[in-house]
Design a protein around this ligand. Structure first.
Ligand code: MTE
Ligand code: CO
Length: 432
């Protein structure tokens, strides 16, 4: 069957364009991914019925590893970055290795990092959180003060608005880590922002909360008061331990379901006002330019999105047979209700199994058993959230948003599985 036929009259554009336009980076990507997940040949001396090497001598004792690190065989599971994407590493991003993760929690050391002025390394003894502005009783809190208050713990995903931002026009990066890795999911522990705002007492005209970070970028964002009083948190814990410096130690703002830019790290100030602060970030960067030249402003909620993490470019198939297609789905509006998976580019869909727990504003794992017959396939997923919203195709998304924005790309991701088992990022071209 020809590609055109498989596409219902449309054309399948292979990723050749990418190979031509950014050949240097293609070589770089190939280099950085080499060895990732490649199976080594077994040493027969260690296989049954022989006694393996590690069973013949005592292992290291409990004094050997005060803070545990992953086993050396998993050393390829790391955050990666794309040097040509940004001018410097201090104002840049690295990506979560989604292809190597299990379940829905991202280990702290693998959470993607996005800094505007590098990572701040803060002594908590010297850090303060100031809450002032349109409040009855302004306060200055230490980190210990926060820890004396009642705590909450919740799982939330955190996705940069620029996740998949390179992919608006066409298939670009041949890697799920680079196309979708600006998302992580963790259990946050801290104080509910509502508790803090109740404590300082909001004045009647309090409408916005300006959050400011203590990093070199002094990043600031304005959050509407309704959201601040709903489910935001000032977190000091992440996945059971203190926040990592990369994620905002000693405290960060957690703004569930909203774009990660508003999750201010190294939080030092909350100023309550009656209008948003139009910082450079808000007006020039975190808006979505539309085809008519107008821009969408205040597009805070991350809409339903999903991606298949196996198979994917980093995880090819090893011959025909039985597999489990796996992926992640999430929505800033609440719970994932359903995920559909297609192996023919979206012509036919099957409902995937959602792996419990299915939590609101949290990554949700999905799975679908698949017997691969060894023929070319186009694997794609679409998420449906509890509001009934269906993750759009890239074609549907582009019709409404154009291709000028780099933010809020939640279109369906298509992976082409070749008869060799290799997997490539492709874009389906639909007949218009
Ligand atoms: N907060 C401060 N203080 N400085 C920053 O540069 N970057 C923002 C947000 N909070 C940023 C910040 C952006 S754009 C994103 S995507 C998230 O932090 C990234 O959070 P992470 O580094 O924990 O993944
Ligand atoms: Co961001």
């Amino acid at each position: 069957m020809s590609r055109e036929k498989r596409e219902g009259g449309g054309l399948l554009l292979p990723r050749r364009q990418f190979v031509r336009t950014v050949a240097g980076s293609a070589a770089m990507l190939a280099g950085s991914l080499a060895g990732a997940g490649t199976a080594r040949a077994a040493n027969p001396d260690n296989l049954p019925p022989n006694e393996p090497e590690w069973a013949k001598a005592l292992g290291p004792g409990v004094d050997a590893t005060p803070y545990g690190m992953p086993v050396s065989y998993e050393a390829h599971v790391v955050r990666r970055w794309v040097p040509w994407l940004t001018a410097s590493s201090e104002s840049s991003v690295n990506f979560t290795p989604l292809q190597d993760l299990h379940g829905f929690v991202t280990p702290n050391g693998l959470c993607f990092e996005r800094h505007h002025g590098g990572r701040a390394e803060i002594d908590p003894a010297d850090h303060r959180l100031i809450i002032h502005g349109l409040v009855e009783r302004p306060i200055m809190l230490t980190v210990d003060d926060l820890k004396r208050m009642p705590s909450e713990s919740h799982f939330y995903f955190c996705e940069c608005a620029a996740n998949s931002g390179m992919e608006w026009r066409s298939a670009q990066l041949n890697s799920v880590q680079f196309t979708h890795g600006m998302v992580h999911c963790a259990q946050y522990t801290g104080v509910s922002l509502r508790t803090l705002l109740d404590y300082v007492g909001l004045k009647p005209n309090a409408k916005w909360v300006l959050a400011e970070g203590a990093d070199a970028a002094a990043m600031t964002r304005s959050i509407p008061i309704e959201k601040a009083l709903d489910d935001c948190m000032v977190a000091y814990g992440q996945n059971g331990e203190a926040l990592r410096a990369e994620q905002g130690y000693p405290i960060r703002l957690v703004v569930p379901g909203f774009e990660a830019n508003m999750w201010v790290k190294w939080l030092r100030r909350l100023e309550i006002g009656d209008q948003p602060w139009y910082t450079r970030e808000e007006t020039s960067k975190y808006t979505d330019l539309l085809p008519d030249g107008k821009a969408r402003l205040f597009t805070w909620v991350m809409e339903a999105k999903s991606v298949v993490t196996f198979p994917c470019p980093e995880k090819p198939l090893n011959g025909p047979g039985y597999y489990t297609i796996r992926g992640l789905a999430w929505s800033g509006y609440g719970r994932i209700k359903r995920v559909d998976v297609s192996v023919d580019g979206g012509r036919n869909w099957q409902t995937a199994k959602l792996v419990e727990p299915v939590l609101p504003k949290c990554l949700t794992r999905f799975e679908l058993p698949w017997r691969w017959n060894g023929e070319g396939a186009l694997v794609v997923s679409r998420a449906i959230d509890e509001t009934g919203y269906v993750q759009p195709t890239m074609y549907e998304l582009q019709k409404v948003r154009g291709v000028e924005s780099i933010y809020h790309n939640n279109g369906q991701q298509v992976w082409e599985v070749k008869p060799s088992g290799e997997v490539e990022n492709v874009r389906l071209k639909y007949a218009s």
